[in-house]
Design a protein around this ligand. Structure first.
Ligand code: OGA
Ligand code: MN
Length: 209
């Protein structure tokens, strides 16, 4: 089964990226796909998940003071992961066609935030690189309620102290934003919280040399 992002939704995303730099959508990733992704993350062997790391290569460190989620990378050879990755491929092509962003590849991971887990305010683009250009976060929590907390807070791209949105991590909610511009934070959750965070990158020949 192949799922499609409509041209209309691709137009909406592209327009919002130009106008605001971000968009918060509901129910655009088909519920069947979200359900399959949730099933996978809930049934996964905990062995597949590891403490999330910060930074790259030599600088890479896991720092429980900055983030305390556990992650597992999606793989194109997995049938369920592939349903999501092919939707992200459609997003990539749709955005490149409209905005000439030169998005080249996509990396993404499931994240489990156990009770008490959080991710402090950060910017996704790694310092000194133009690698991560566009961020996508999909939330997979079907019975989310206020007392579960764990909202995603997005800050203003100019005034990094100013909150612009608090997004409840409800099932099927999908946030797309320019990676270099928007600081964001995951507030501590009180229950297991599931999401998929991913990043479109430009090719390494297109940036910094
Ligand atoms: C990230 C991130 C947000 C979320 O992994 O960089 O900001 O809600 N994740 O999972
Ligand atoms: Mn992030």
């Amino acid at each position: 089964m192949t799922f499609q992002l409509t041209e209309t939704i691709l137009d909406t995303i592209a327009d919002s990226l130009v106008e605001n730099g971000y968009i918060v959508l509901s129910d655009q990733i088909p519920a069947e796909v979200c359900q399959a992704l949730l099933g996978k993350v809930q049934q996964s062997e905990w062995d597949d998940y590891k403490d999330a790391a910060i930074g790259r290569g030599r600088d890479q460190q896991t720092n429980q003071q900055i983030r305390s989620d556990q992650i597992s990378w999606l793989s194109p050879t997995d049938t369920i992961d592939n349903q999501y990755l092919s939707l992200m491929e459609q997003l990539k092509e749709g955005i490149n066609r409209r905005l000439y962003m030169g998005l080249f590849d996509f990396e993404s991971h499931y994240a489990i935030y156990q009770p008490g887990a959080f991710y402090q305010k950060h910017i996704d683009a790694l310092p000194g690189t133009r690698n991560r250009i566009l961020t996508s976060v999909l939330f997979l929590n079907p019975d989310w309620q206020e007392q579960h907390e764990g909202k995603l807070v997005i800050f203003d791209d100019k005034d990094h102290e100013l909150e612009v949105r608090q997004v409840a991590p409800k099932f099927g909610k999908w946030v797309v934003f320019l990676s270099e511009r928007f600081p964001h934070e995951v507030l501590p959750t009180t229950v297991n919280r599931y999401s998929i965070a991913g990043w479109f990158r430009v090719s390494s020949s297109q940036h910094g040399f």
